[in-house]
Design a protein around this ligand. Structure first.
Ligand code: C2E
Ligand code: MN
Ligand code: MN
Length: 408
């Protein structure tokens, strides 16, 4: 399987394009893109372009370079450049759509693309669709250039052109003397489904994660972390997991063990889970500590289909700055920010900023540690759809709860 990447950019047209001009513009490049296996989508609205390009890295990067120097537009702004597991527009090569046209409504509107079935398997790829949607709602629009230049230019606005077998683990709980797991649902209140379960380390008598971790020797930590995650996956599969599974990483375990991530993929496969069911939670402060390394590692694994969440977002020192360099699929809003959000102005201001930024970047937000109906109501009113917290359901010892409370 060859590696795929996706580039998404926006730009400002040098003049207002008519529909026929746009169609003409793309007609030429379409055959080229077909030949080079470049797929994607170009949107145009009132002088702004927004384009998704997908394909093999060298091809897409070369095309983007050409596009950047194409004089029909300016202010070319790179929004996303990262590996993808599969094409968003694989079998869909419409190429261009006017933002006002019906096709776009059909594509981006309330149809299957955002429906539960589709989007379940498309969390990562979904980002492209969410960004298109953000563009449609006026984000990423650039001002039309005043010095319209209509000179002839070369045509390059490229064209955008597993089944889940029953878990094969042995019956009975996977044997281990010292620890086990509890699972806490992450709820999608928009469609009333359980989005994921977070695996939380526990003692055999339901002791806290902390009480287990404090007995693990420092030099054993990484091995322990890797081993315990394998147990979490096996247990979730045996319990019949069909949603996603969120796994925590101990600080620094990704960069100290080359097998930390590959062992997850292997175990998931062995247990009959898909890669895209796995969400890795990494602490904000971890990522800043070894930023370049993290970006490289994560890019490798994005290509595998696994998803990434920044855990406890807002608790560290990086906050929104982190998103300048690293865009996960999800962020988990730190409990501290959530606590009392319904009456605390500064927290509200910060969270509004985070929500707006994540919308523009196609990142989903999970509000963590939601305890009161008032906190929930405030967050829901601001558009957050994913929740984890005692208000909905606490962690369940060695079980995947199928029900949760829905605040009034
Ligand atoms: P975390 O990853 O931020 O996990 C969320 C913690 O919040 C969990 O505590 C969960 O029980 C708790 N929680 C959930 N809902 C609420 C709520 O409504 N209110 C409050 N106050 N708390 C809530 P837990 O299980 O004690 O885990 C604590 C931390 O230990 C986790 O924080 C995580 O960083 C770490 N941890 C837990 N399990 C594992 C694991 O398997 N591996 C690693 N490496 N770390 C783990
Ligand atoms: Mn976590
Ligand atoms: Mn957390």
């Amino acid at each position: 399987m060859s590696q795929l990447i996706q580039i998404i950019y926006c730009s400002a047209a040098k003049h207002l394009f008519s529909k026929s001009e746009l169609v003409h513009l793309l007609a030429k490049s379409r055959s080229n893109n077909l030949k080079n296996s470049v797929t994607g989508m170009l949107l145009y609205a009132e002088g702004s372009f927004f384009q998704v390009l997908e394909g093999e890295p060298e091809v897409v990067e070369r095309l983007f370079e050409t596009i950047r120097h194409d004089r029909r537009h300016r202010d070319v702004t790179l929004i996303i450049h990262e590996p993808i597991a599969e094409r968003t527009f694989g079998d869909w090569t419409m190429g261009y759509a006017d933002i006002t046209s019906k096709e776009v409504d059909e594509l981006l509107g309330a149809n299957d693309f955002f429906g539960t079935e589709e989007s379940f398997t498309r969390l990562g790829q979904d980002r492209a669709m969410k960004l298109l949607e953000a563009f449609r709602h006026g984000r990423w629009r650039v001002r039309l250039s005043d010095n319209a230049e209509l000179s002839d230019i070369q045509d390059s606005t490229g064209a955008p052109d597993s089944s889940v077998p029953s878990a094969g683990t042995p019956s009975g709980l996977p044997p281990h003397p010292d620890y086990t797991f509890a699972f806490q649902p992450i709820v999608n209140v928009k469609n009333g489904t359980i989005f994921s379960y977070e695996a939380l380390l526990r003692g055999l008598d339901n002791e806290s994660a902390e009480s287990i971790l404090q007995h693990v020797e420092e030099k054993e930590m990484h091995r322990f972390d890797e081993k315990s995650r394998i147990l979490a996956i096996e247990m979730a599969a045996k319990l019949g997991l069909s949603a996603r599974l969120n796994l925590n990483f101990l600080p620094r375990s990704v960069d100290s063990s080359p097998t930390a991530i590959s062992s997850i993929l292997q175990t998931a496969k062995r247990c009959g889970l898909r890669e895209d069911q796995i969400v890795l939670e990494i602490l904000e402060r971890e990522i800043i500590d070894d930023f370049d390394y993290f970006n490289a590692v994560l890019d490798d694994y994005r290509g595998s289909g696994m998803h990434f969440a920044i855990d406890d977002f807002g608790s560290g020192y990086a906050g929104l700055n982190l998103l300048a360099e690293f865009q996960p699929d999800l962020i988990k809003l730190d409990m501290e920010l959530v606590r009392g959000i319904d009456y605390r102005g500064p927290r509200q201001a910060i969270v509004r900023g985070i929500i707006r930024t994540c919308e523009d970047l196609g990142i989903d937000i999970i509000a963590e540690g939601v305890e009161t109906p008032e906190e929930y109501r405030w967050l829901h009113n601001e558009g957050i759809e994913l929740y984890q917290g005692r208000l909905f359901a606490g962690p369940a010892f060695e079980a995947l709860p199928v029900t949760y409370r829905m605040p009034g």
